[in-house]
Every structure is written in C-alpha cells, then in structure tokens.
Ligand binder design. Structure first.
Ligand SMILES: NC(=O)c1ccc[n+]([C@@H]2O[C@H](COP(=O)([O-])OP(=O)(O)OC[C@H]3O[C@@H](n4cnc5c(N)ncnc54)[C@H](O)[C@@H]3O)[C@@H](O)[C@H]2O)c1
Ligand SMILES: [Zn+2]
Ligand SMILES: [Zn+2]
Length: 400
C-alpha cells in the first residue's frame, strides 16, 4: 500500500508534517464507504478557520490531521460510485454532506444531518465536524463522492487555472455566499470587514455581482495595501477615525447598502489602542451601525460555541456583547453558518474558466510544498497578505 503524509495539529502554535495512514473507503465510525473515492491531492489550502484551531482557540484535539480545502485527482473509486472515474480532476466542497437527508435535499449542505453524530454539519480535518480526516496530505478519502465532488470539464484547462480553481473548495464560495446573503447586486455600496483571504474573496464576489463600490476594512496595513492594489477602496480600523467617518470620506454618507463580516470571533477592537486588543463583538456591532435600515448582513466569519482562549467567561462559551437592539431597530437581517459550497461552486468554476474573476490574484495565492506547511502556517498567522496553497505532489509546480 502507498504511504501518506499529512499536516497534523500538535499543540497551540505547532503543526507538523507526519506519516499518516493511507485513506480507506470507511467513514469515521469504521463503516465501509462504497460511496467514497480516494483522491491524490493536487492542491490543499491553509485557511483562517485552521488558524482558530492552531492558535488553541477551539477544542481541537492533538493529532488531528488538518485540511478542508481540497482539490484532487480520483485514484480509487468505491463500488457504489457511478459518475466518477480514475483520473478525474475534482474540487471538494469543504462540507461533508450525504446528499440524502432533508437538509442536503434543500441545498443546505453546511448542516447535513447525517455526517456528524455530535451536531449538524461535517467537514474534513475540523474540530466538532464529524471526525472526517483532513486533506492537507498526499491522499484523502471523500465520502458520498457522486454528490460531493465537482468534476472539472477538462484536465489540461483545469491545471492551467489550478491556482484559481483551488479557491472553489471554500473561500470563493464563502466570500460569494457572504455577498449574496448581504444582498449585493448591481450598483450596491458594499463594506467587507476583514482583508484576509475570505474578505478578499467576498470583495471579488461583490465586484462580480456588480457592486458600485466595495470598501474593505482591516487593522492590518499590509493587507489593506494589497486590497488597494487589486482595485478596492479601503478603511484602516487601526486609525482613530470611526468606521462610519471613514466610509463617509469615500461615499459621502456613513452608511452602506450591504455588509459582510469576514473576520469572526477573533476580531480586534477599533482605533489606535483598541486594535491592539481582541474585542469579539466589534465587527457585528460596527456592521449594525453602518448598514442602512432593512439592510442585510452576511456573516461568514466564524463564531464558536466554545473558546478556551476567550477574552472573558462569557466569550469562552461563545456569548458576545452583541447590541442586537440596534440591528432590531434597523430591521436588519443576519445570515450565519458554514457556507453551503455546492450551491455556488459550479457557476464560480465557470466564472474562473471564462476569466470573469481573477481570484488567485485577488487573494494572492502562494504555492508551497507539503514540507513547508508549518512555515506557511506561521507566515499566515503573522498576517501576510497571501493565501497559502500546499502542492503535496509538486503537480502545480510541474504544470506551471
Ligand atoms: N462560514 C464559512 O463557511 C467559513 C469558511 C471559511 C472561513 N470562514 C471564516 O472566515 C473568517 C476569515 O477567514 P480568513 O481565512 O480570511 O482569516 P484571516 O484570519 O486571514 O483574516 C481575518 C482578518 O480580519 C482582520 N480583522 C481583525 N479584526 C478586524 C476588525 N475589527 N475589522 C476588520 N478586520 C479585522 C484581521 O486582521 C485579518 O486580516 C475566519 O473566521 C474563518 O474561520 C468561514
Ligand atoms: Zn477554509
Ligand atoms: Zn445530508
């Protein structure tokens, strides 16, 4: 049997590349999974969601094999798989979904009812998401493959755009979902909180959806400089001028039509001194201030139920001081949760293949080897404006 190596969470601040088992067509309970396939991983990305675990901000256990953003080549096909063959190049939605339960049938694949015994929703390599083994590895198993996988129409065409297509497993559909749920459309004024990869994907999605102007905010000057370089307006929340004042300096009023939280629970406060400290409700509260009445707030940024590193006892249980009264008074709508990737990935794939979106450039894709994954994690954690993509077999380098 071939070997396998993967990125393993060791302790807060530490991941290691280790030998791990070659995947089997079995689910986490050990039951045979003839509906699955085994993939040779072509690309697998490091995500801000992984960082929450690696920073020790979740209850992720040591030894967890990381990786939920996976693109790969089918190398083994389960007996019950009907639409896929060895050699197919596929994008894997980060959600593990069965395709059979009422939520999957309604396209709510982020909260599949059967793939996780602890709560609705499954994912690869993620705490509390069902125990599915992660794909920051050479090989990975994907269950319910007919349902879950998006096959690229042409292998050579796909390899030529692989740096963009690798974003289909999570961040591009996630940014897009944030924009769609926030009501972005032709001529809208949009604010995106967070200039990380998800925020940049949301900004690119807003542009694709026809936004008149997209303003990206962060406390990280390097990331803001990159956002400007790829064509967005920016606001710097480490400055003392308020978010509303900075928005007014761009669009003449302290208000936007649509807003998207691409930060989540590890949010910094605003202002020169505030931005030095974590203040987890900052983004949600500031979005209620600047979103017009009856507006919609997309919230792909992650909020957890348990946070060992929370700023106070309430935050340790995911309870934040959210000023809901303000949002209620303004008739705001809020959209939360894991992105149902499958709702969007087919169309976004076509948008990439037909050059309607330059996502790799916007998120600044940086390809690294599997052995360099620990350095990739450390660099991403330091806040560089890059999206790290692991190339475990050197296939991307060879295709370039
Ligand atoms: N809903 C989903 O399905 C889904 C999918 C992928 C990622 N996520 C989540 O999306 C979030 C963003 O992911 P990422 O990979 O871009 O992470 P990231 O950590 O690289 O980016 C977050 C950015 O937010 C900035 N920030 C901090 N406080 C801020 C504030 N008050 N205002 C504006 N910006 C602020 C940080 O400086 C950082 O640049 C994470 O919480 C991640 O877990 C959710
Ligand atoms: Zn992700
Ligand atoms: Zn399901």
């Amino acid at each position: 049997m071939a070997g396998n190596r993967g990125v393993v969470y060791v302790e807060p601040g530490k991941v290691e590349v280790r030998h791990i088992d070659f995947p089997e067509l079995k689910d986490p309970s050990g039951r045979k999974a003839n509906h699955g396939v085994i993939l040779r991983v072509v690309s697998t990305n490091i995500c801000g969601s992984d960082q929450h675990m690696v920073r020790g901000r979740t209850t992720a256990p040591a030894g967890l094999v990381l990786g939920h953003e996976i693109t790969g080549e089918v190398v083994e096909v389960g007996a019950d798989v009907t639409t896929l063959q060895k050699g197919d190049l596929v994008s894997v939605p980060f959600n593990v979904a069965c395709g059979r339960c009422p939520m999957c049938k309604a396209q709510n694949t982020g909260v599949c009812l059967t793939v996780n015994t602890a709560r609705p929703g499954g994912a690869y390599g993620y705490v509390d998401m069902g125990g599915w083994i992660g794909g920051q590895a050479e090989y990975v198993m994907v269950p319910y493959a007919d349902f879950n996988l998006l096959k690229f129409p042409d292998r050579d065409q796909a390899m030529a755009k692989i740096r963009d297509l690798t974003c289909l497993s999570d961040i591009l559909p996630t940014g897009y979902h944030g924009a769609v749920t926030a009501g972005v459309g032709p001529g809208t004024v949009v604010y995106v909180a967070g200039a990380g990869p998800v925020g940049m994907a949301a900004a690119a999605s807003a542009r694709l959806l026809g936004a008149a102007v997209t303003i990206v905010g962060d406390v990280n000057k390097a990331r803001l400089a990159h956002a400007r370089a790829v064509g967005f307006e920016t606001v710097d929340l480490s400055e003392d001028a308020s978010l509303g004042e900075q928005i007014a300096a761009i669009v003449a009023v302290p208000e936007v039509d649509c807003s998207i939280d691409c930060v989540g629970f590890e949010a910094r406060g605003h202002g020169h001194s505030g931005s030095q400290l974590e203040a987890p409700a900052t983004v949600l509260n500031s979005l209620m201030e600047i979103t017009k009445v009856a507006g919609r707030v997309g919230i792909p940024g992650l909020y957890v139920t348990d946070d060992p590193g929370g700023v106070d006892a309430a935050a340790k249980q995911g309870s934040l001081s959210v000023r809901l009264g303000l949002g209620w008074a303004k008739s705001h709508s809020f959209f939360t949760g894991q992105t149902p990737v499958m709702k969007y990935n087919q169309q976004l794939m076509q948008a990439i293949l037909w050059d309607r979106i330059n996502i790799a450039e916007v998120v600044n894709v940086n390809v690294i080897s599997l052995d360099d994954a620990p350095q990739g994690y450390a660099a991403f954690d330091s806040g560089v404006s890059k999206k790290f993509v692991i190339d475990p077999h050197g296939l991307i380098q060879r295709a370039a």
